[in-house]
Design a protein around this ligand. Structure first.
Ligand code: BES
Ligand code: MN
Ligand code: ZN
Length: 505
């Protein structure tokens, strides 16, 4: 989809479809809807009076002006009640109306900057709108041999219309930012959607190398032999069971102005398929375990966006990537392994593999003497039981870092909810024979996993985000089609952007 930003008056532009939002309870129309109503001699008010369309959130209606106007149709979307309106509802409404236009078979649309009269700055409006429609129109069609349904009617162009020269300049910035971020979210979605026979550890490494080549990052990839030499016993314990070559991927983005600054390290769990290993999972729903690399995908996406946007912050992305499979050379319950940190771990279940590969990544991260470490992982079913699919679980050792992540969650709509890391949880992962064990039983499963990771974070401010419930949508969401959400990319990029433009923690 081509995105253009220009200056103009909405009712005077030639267009296949103009879109606008309408609040449910407003006494009179505002923003783009008011201008369009005036130009059409009251067409929108007439429709509202009929009661056929009331402005209920995410309901749409198409109108066809009878007067001689350069616009062919107006597609309205309900914004719901004004007092309940949020930036995230704006995203949902913009995405919904873009899909409604696509479903009419129209291939271009005009999107006024004051689409919803949201009170956001011109730059933030543009960013929010372009991000929302790019994400809402996303489809994963790599494996469809025929272009069925909506696939035929793919969208060609969206023109964002600003009212003044100052708005135009600001909107251009917002739109460019949104395009880089949405591209990164779609990259993460593609990687998560691809099945494990395509999205292998080598495929992720190849993707990282491509990002590095395009944007001037340094990419280092360790194979099993190199990981063994380094001493990554926890990562390798998981990797031994699979015939698919494992990869430990490192991407370093160092903007020239920040050559000496300590980096932020982002770590993403990338189990390209989690069968559970010898502690094998039940067959039902196992296909969803191709998504167990969503943390790694989010980190790759965030690295790409940070570099594309030239954010003024040093960032290192670490993505330990392997399958978790049962086989004659797989690790087994009862085994004791030695991690890169030197700590020994008793394996209670081979299905608690994510924390093992993350443990070595956290230890490896210490080499960079980072300012902060954030890991993102589809880590526990227990987190899904606690928070469902609405929010990711957030844990950590540094309140300032937690606050920054919460602020980024708030402005991106990628909700997080903080969970505690009380010392009590440490009791559950004490081992009789090793330094710790890799599972702490049913109670507080998301927190014993978090507590396990904490042991490898050292003294560095660290946060862990459990995205097991948010990486995959089994029902469509307002700006996320059913399937991979790409969760985490927008949150991380927002955090890095704020970090770069302030003084860090
Ligand atoms: N990848 C899973 C967690 C998961 C569950 C992700 C559901 C997405 C949806 C993880 O490796 C796992 O199997 N965790 C176990 C840990 C347990 C054995 C201590 C779990 O949550 O059951
Ligand atoms: Mn598992
Ligand atoms: Zn897993």
């Amino acid at each position: 989809m081509k995105i253009q930003v220009k200056k103009g008056y909405i009712a005077a532009e030639r267009s296949e479809a103009v879109v606008a939002g309408v609040f449910e309870d407003a006494k009179k129309l505002s923003g783009a809807a008011a201008a369009l109503d005036w130009a059409t001699g009251g067409l929108i008010m007439g429709m509202l009076k009929s009661g056929d369309f009331t402005g209920k959130l995410n309901k749409t209606a198409a109108l066809y002006p009878e007067k001689e106007l350069p616009l062919k149709r107006i597609v309205l979307v309900g914004l719901g009640k004004q007092k309940d309106f949020t930036r995230d509802k704006l995203r949902g409404a913009a995405a919904t109306v873009a899909r409604a236009v696509r479903d009419l078979g129209v291939t271009s649309m005009l999107l006024p900057l004051d689409f919803a009269h949201s009170g956001l700055s011109a730059q933030h409006s543009a960013q929010t709108l372009i991000e929302a429609i790019s994400l809402g129109l996303y489809q994963f069609k790599e494996y469809k041999t025929k272009n069925n349904g909506n696939g035929d009617k793919s969208f060609k162009a969206c023109t964002l219309l600003a009212g003044t020269a100052a708005e135009l300049a600001a909107a251009k910035k917002g739109a460019a930012y949104a395009q880089a971020v949405s591209k990164a979210v779609c990259l993460a979605r593609d990687l998560v959607s691809r099945p494990s026979n395509a999205a292998t550890p080598s495929h992720l490494a190849h993707t990282a190398k491509t990002i590095a080549a395009q944007h001037g990052l340094v990419c280092t990839v360790l194979d099993k032999q190199q990981a063994k030499k380094t001493g990554m016993g926890a990562f390798l314990s998981v990797a031994w069971g699979s015939d698919e070559p494992a990869r430990f991927i490192i991407l370093d983005y160092k903007p020239s102005a920040k050559k000496t600054a300590p980096p932020i390290v982002l770590i993403g769990k990338a189990i390209t398929f989690d069968s559970g290993g010898i502690s094998i999972k039940p067959a039902q729903g196992m296909e969803e375990m191709k998504t167990d690399m969503a943390g790694g995908a989010a980190v790759l996406g965030a690295m790409q966006a940070a570099a594309a946007l030239k954010l003024p912050v040093h960032v290192v992305g670490i993505v330990p990537a392997t399958e978790n499979m049962p086989s004659g050379h797989a690790f087994k319950p009862g085994d004791i392994i030695k991690s890169l940190s030197g700590k020994t771990i008793e394996i209670i279940t081979t299905d608690a593999e994510g924390r093992l590969i993350l443990a070595d990544a956290l230890t490896y991260a210490q080499r960079y003497k980072p300012a902060a470490i954030i890991d993102m992982a589809t880590l526990t079913g227990a987190c899904v039981l606690a928070l469902g699919h609405a929010a990711s679980g957030l844990m950590g050792t540094d309140e300032k870092l937690i606050k920054k992540i919460q602020a980024a969650a708030e402005s991106t709509g990628e909700k997080v909810w903080q969970l505690p890391l009380y010392e009590d949880y440490g009791e559950q992962i004490k081992s009789d024979v090793a330094d710790m064990k890799n599972a702490g039983g049913k109670p507080a499963g998301a927190l014993t996993a978090g507590y396990f990771l904490k042991a490898f974070a050292g003294d560095i401010p660290w946060a862990h985000i459990d995205i097991a419930g948010t990486a995959w949508a089994s029902k469509p969401l307002p700006y996320t089609p059913k399937g991979a959400t790409g969760v985490g990319v927008r949150l991380l990029v927002e955090l890095l952007e704020k970090w770069g433009n302030t003084a860090g923690l």
